[in-house]
Design a protein around this ligand. Structure first.
Ligand code: AR6
Length: 173
């Protein structure tokens, strides 16, 4: 099971996987950070398809094509904005991972790459978010046999080191 999770440092827009996950906002109309990078790499048709969807509530996920990306699909999920930790942030972030993985199964994606949802502009503490990302993915993969690989794409060494540290904790317990 452990072997189905990979942690790398890099740019999610370059990943040769079936689906990449986007850390979007409720409008689904693009933004900065990883969202901006994905829209730039996919080209304007992505925004066109997103417009037709008409938004996405926090914690849920919506699927589009990948257009010019190496990935066939983009799974757009909306992470919670960090407001101190007592406003359902943990549960909403867990839902992002659950619903994104569920969407991946529905479209038949065997390989999926995630960024660190909510830990940039949305301010979610990195260690706490990483623990949720890895715990939810582990739980999901224990019940699902169709996804072969989940890649966590870390943007920078700090995120990479944190993911590796939390991975050891989550998989030793
Ligand atoms: N590949 C992988 N990870 C990346 C990349 C990349 N190319 N670029 C940034 N990251 P953020 P959020 C990392 O701010 O916190 C947008 O404007 C980044 O270092 O992209 O969920 C949306 O439209 C960080 O660890 O997303 C929303 O309005 C992680 O991706 C809002 O930001 C997430 O940072 C969402 O905020």
């Amino acid at each position: 099971m452990k072997e189905r999770i990979e942690i790398i440092e890099g740019d999610i827009t370059k990943q040769q996987v079936d689906a990449i996950v986007n850390a979007a906002n409720q409008s689904l109309l693009g933004g900065g950070g990883v969202d901006g990078a994905i829209h730039r790499a996919a080209g304007p048709e992505l925004l066109e398809e997103c417009r037709k969807i008409g938004g996405c509530p926090t914690g849920e996920a919506r699927v589009t094509k990948g257009y010019k990306l190496p990935a066939k699909w983009v799974i757009h999920t909306v992470g919670p904005i960090w407001r101190g930790g007592n406003n359902n942030e943990d549960q909403l972030l867990a839902s992002c991972y659950q619903n994104s993985l569920k969407a991946a199964v529905e479209i038949g994606a065997k390989t999926v790459a995630f960024p660190s949802i909510s830990t940039g502009a949305y301010g979610f503490p990195l260690e706490r978010a990483t623990k949720i990302a890895l715990t939810e993915t582990k739980k999901f993969l224990e019940k699902d046999q169709s996804i072969e690989k989940v890649v966590f794409v870390c943007f920078g060494t700090q995120a990479f080191d944190t993911y590796n540290k939390i991975f050891d904790q989550v998989f030793s317990s």
